[in-house]
Design a protein around this ligand. Structure first.
Ligand code: PHE
Length: 368
């Protein structure tokens, strides 16, 4: 290309101020034609630097060439006008570059803001809220009922000794509950240990530790050897109850049972007691409630009987007091042991025990 900036004014044949002005106007036009703003915006920082180098570069920028080739060798009569035009051109180029620079920065800022912008309309990450297990819910319901009438909650070990599980509960050696068929004994322990078959050992542990009066409920897992089916497993949950004081009668027992049944199954619920047998209660009873499904007229749930078996209970057998140094002449009380899984299934219409322990959220989620 025939670049005028590599030649002197003399070589270009320019000798008048007008010629000089025209020459600078051409260069300026050339600069403007490049449309520095557009280039810089499209190409960003790099293209801007490139343009600045082309025009303002110290050694081979257009303005340096003009200084070297036009200004310095200019004849004295043209020097002034060349200098003025050069300053004008330089100011123009710098101003345009600066303007482009500002545009680039603004565009970069805008892009960054767009990138970092949080879109509040996007759907969030769902964190499903779990539900309390049906057995836990039932426990909490039972706690509520018994805490409100003065009982407290205590817990005890699942691994027990035969003494607490049987002996101190007045269950002698030959009693069927001691049968190997029902009880998991723990192999290899120096003194015999077993998985408790009921929560009743906590009756003994509590009375050993504290003087009367006693009003406790004891939640917990119990274990019995069994062939698993729809209504049996090798583990289930119980809640034990024990009330001992100087003036507790069978009426208190029946009243507590009634209150519980009404709170748990509904205010219209009636109860009845059937004679039963437990070595640690005397007399013993099975507590039935009028069927909460049919109200007592007979349905599938109560097998047409109108009654539902709730739990075993009775007045504390005075023989038990002998094991804990309580005075059987002065003290009396009642005890009960409920199957919590059973109560949960009754109340919520669950028919299969395994459903409670398979941890299938499709089942568990039905009891929010
Ligand atoms: N421990 C008895 C059982 O598991 C239930 C029970 C507890 C009965 C307290 C009477 C008194 O079958």
């Amino acid at each position: 290309m025939n670049d005028p900036t590599t030649k002197t004014l003399a070589e270009l044949g320019i000798s008048t101020p007008d010629g000089v002005s025209k020459l600078f106007a051409d260069v300026c036009q050339q600069f403007d034609n490049q449309n520095i703003g557009q280039i810089a915006l499209a190409g960003g920082e790099n293209r801007w630097e490139e343009q600045r180098g082309t025009w303002l570069g110290r050694r081979s920028g257009v303005l340096s060439l003009i200084t070297d080739n036009w200004l310095k060798p200019a004849p004295p009569e043209l020097k002034r006008v060349v200098g003025q035009e050069l300053n004008k051109l330089k100011a123009h180029v710098e101003a345009m570059l600066e303007e482009a620079r500002v545009q680039i920065d603004a565009a970069a800022d805008q892009a960054a803001t767009a990138r970092e912008k949080i879109d509040l309309s996007l759907p969030g990450i769902q964190r499903p809220i779990g539900t309390r297990h049906l057995v836990r819910q039932t426990y909490e319901e039972l706690f509520r009922i018994f805490l409100s009438i003065g009982f407290s909650v205590v817990e005890g070990p699942e691994i027990e000794t035969p003494y607490y599980n049987f002996e101190a509960l007045n269950i002698p050696e030959h009693h069927p509950a001691r049968d190997n068929m029902d009880t998991f004994y723990i192999a290899g322990s120096r003194s015999p240990h077993l998985l408790r078959t009921h929560t009743s050992p906590m009756q003994i542990r509590t009375m050993e530790k504290q003087p009367p009066p006693v009003r406790i409920v004891v939640p917990g897992k119990v274990y019995r050897r069994d062939n698993p089916d729809a209504t049996h497993g090798y583990m289930f949950h119980q809640i034990e109850g024990l009330a001992v004081d100087t003036d507790i009668t069978f009426c208190d027992f029946k009243g507590t049972v009634d209150h519980f049944a009404r709170e748990f199954l509904g205010p219209k619920t009636k109860t009845r007691l059937r004679p039963s047998y437990f070595p640690f209660t005397e007399p013993s009873a099975e507590v039935d409630a009028s069927c909460h499904m049919c109200g007592g007229s007979g349905c599938r749930v109560c097998k047409q009987s109108g009654w539902i078996e709730l739990f075993g209970a009775g007045m504390v057998n005075p023989a038990v007091y002998g094991f804990v140094n309580y005075d059987p002449q002065r003290l009396s009380g009642f005890a009960f042991g409920m199957g919590v899984d059973r109560l949960a299934m009754l109340k919520y219409g669950v028919t299969e025990v395994p459903l409670l322990f398979q941890n299938d959220v499709r089942f568990l989620g039905q009891f929010p």
